[in-house]
Design a protein around this ligand. Sequence first.
Ligand SMILES: *[C@@H]1O[C@H](CO)[C@@H](O)[C@H](O)[C@H]1NC(C)=O
Length: 437
Amino acid sequence: MSTDHSAQTCWIQGENGQERVNGPLILDAGQIIIIVTNIPPPPVRMKAEEGLNFPTYDGKDRVVSLSEKNFKQILKKYDVLCLYYHEPVSSDKVSQKQFQLKEIVLELVAQILEHKDIGFVMVDSKKEARLAKKLGFNEEGSLYILKGDRTIEFDGEFAADVLVEFLLDLIEDPVEIINTKLEVQAFERIEDQTKLIGFFKSEDSEYYKAFEEASEHFQPYIKFFATFDKGVAKKLSLKINEVDFYEPFMDEPIAIPDKPYTEEEIVEFVKEHQRPTLRRLRPEDMFETWEDDINGIHIVAFAEKSDPDGYEFLEILKQVARDNTDNPDLSILWIDPDDFPLLIAYWEKTFKIDLFRPQIGVVNVTDADSVWMDIPDDDDLPTAEELEDWIEDVLSGKINTEDDDNGDEDDDDDDNDDDDNDNSDEEDNDDSDDEDE
Ligand SMILES: *[C@@H]1O[C@H](CO)[C@@H](O)[C@H](O)[C@H]1NC(C)=O
């Protein structure tokens, strides 16, 4: 397709350069008219070559409001239905804008996935209270996805790119088939996610079918693979109808005992082993992971994988995780700041740490109070043994977020405005309580 360079074009020369005229001609003082015929536009604003056109919202309404009246019809129309369950939009300007922003994200996602047979709807928690109850929705501001007879709660970052990836993963086949040695290599390279692989006679095997059904319970969060190839099975030391479970960052899998399995047995095993010793925080399920704290705290490690110090620190963490994989009380949460650019400033301020360096600490999820291991020099990172000692002190309560709380108060004397509103009930902000009572 050629662009319309040959059309007659009208340009206005003003003090801000040249401008193309699209509407009626109205001149301001100091402007002159240049009429250009059959000549391409000047290179002032050359159009980029095609191939990288980010979608922009086209303004069309695709996200509809769900009601009891249109519910059945909409449900029938789509394979996958994405529902944003929200509180009534208030008259307050800020919350209106926040709501609109979410709506635009959903509209953009709906536009991008238009050809994928996914429906997008809004459910007003007050107007549609009965319907919401029927659907089992309970948390306003949540995004639920209905697929077949499953309801999946999206508990990740509400951003268009994260949502699109999540939904694309959800509509793919839940089991990926491994056929070749190269695919085995690709499979083995996946180290930061929980994955399972099973060896079955064929796609028609009843045990494969049970495996496939089980995979749907965890899609898209946990990856399920299967092979029907003897060579591949041998390379992975899989016996027929056996399923191996790989915890993230562990070299050796665990074979699920007592093969062959029913769907329920696989589901139960995965649920029981789901919380790994070392896990990566991911945008697509970050809130769910954060809610899965252990006794109110998380052991959090920040390490940028693409940075040499961060990489080294991560390797040490993996070592610690492998040495302690049998400890059910230990689950280290690794955060690569590169995955969460929008949160870096917030974390640095809240935790009072420098995220350009590797860090490990304990965070209380109730008030975000934290203590961090003293790593004076990032060229001299703690060894696996030193880390294990530190972790032991955390698990035994010797290192905790509460001990320093009294001494804490004298170093935040002048910042009474920020999110330090934990339990600092001292009355030093006498300038802000004039409209309270
Ligand atoms: C976390 O903080 C809350 C509120 O300050 C406190 O009550 C709780 O004991 C703390 N939990 C731990 C494990 O330190």
